[in-house]
Design a protein around this ligand. Structure first.
Ligand code: PEP
Length: 255
């Protein structure tokens, strides 16, 4: 079963509106002629509608960087999945390590968001990953398993796990640090995640769900990472803010 590679850019809280528009237009131009690779950007909420227009028919998917688990109501400062859809999003990143660490998002909270996203028809990109401390203590697989069990808790009971749902393995120690997991280190965890999906759901779903790697992905390391059997794409922070770098990632097959 072939899984179509996905190169996703998480712009975080960066770029002016003008710079965002220029960036997405340059990405659209740079990826022309690329076949068999999906491309996605996740701008800040305030840029979503404008970026949706700038994307035109270039085929770039649009994602929110977060959402609330409620659909509407008295939640000052929050944005719902339905609002993301109204702005043109098809995907939403959930459980990024910055949300977990800086905004106290627990796996239980992420579980509720994931469930709402799927019920609305948004494709969740669910992030998991261990800290350096956890890795050095030999706890990587325990941490990943616990995050999967808690963040996807609703999926099993409610049969919500869809082949289109996406997971992202992002070792916290590799995010924005310049330290990348080696292709072997990443593959080992990706395989573990796929086997967890197989054991929790079924083989077919496990073979279809895409698992992205995130953590200092750059033009220099993307091809080696993407050559691993269970790495189906990249979730990119820093290098997604520069059109030339991001286009090189999208064109990883040519490097
Ligand atoms: C991220 O924030 O998801 C990320 C992977 O960042 P970077 O590529 O900068 O390490």
């Amino acid at each position: 079963m072939e899984r179509r590679p996905l190169i996703a850019g998480n712009w975080k809280m960066n770029l002016s509106l003008d710079d965002s528009v220029n960036l997405v237009k340059e990405i659209g131009a740079g990826m022309s002629g690329v076949k068999g690779v999906e491309v996605l950007v996740a701008p800040p909420f305030t840029a979503l509608s404008t970026i949706r227009q700038a994307i035109g028919d270039s085929g770039i998917f649009l994602a929110g960087q977060n959402m609330n688990s409620e659909i509407s109501g008295a939640y000052t400062g929050e944005v719902s999945g339905r609002m993301l859809q109204g702005a043109g999003c098809t995907h939403v990143i959930l459980g990024h390590s910055e949300r977990r660490a800086l905004f106290n998002e627990t796996s239980e909270v992420i579980d509720l968001k994931v469930k709402t996203a799927v019920l609305l028809g948004l494709i969740p990109i669910i992030c998991i990953g261990e800290t350096l401390e956890e890795r050095e203590a030999g706890r990587t697989f325990d941490v990943i398993k616990e995050q999967l069990n808690l963040s996807l808790h609703n999926f099993k009971a409610d049969e919500l796990m869809l082949p289109s749902n996406i997971l992202a393995y992002e070792p916290v120690w590799a995010i924005g640090t310049g330290k990348t997991a080696t292709p072997d280190q990443a593959q080992e965890v990706h395989l573990f995640i796929r086997k967890w999906i197989e054991g929790t759901f079924d083989t077919k779903t496990a073979n279809q769900v895409r698992i992205l790697y995130g953590g200092s992905v750059k033009p220099e390391n993307v091809a080696d990472l993407m050559s691993q059997a269970d790495i189906d794409g990249a979730l990119v922070g820093g290098a997604s803010l520069k059109a030339d770098l991001f286009v090189k990632l999208i064109r990883f097959k040519e490097s």
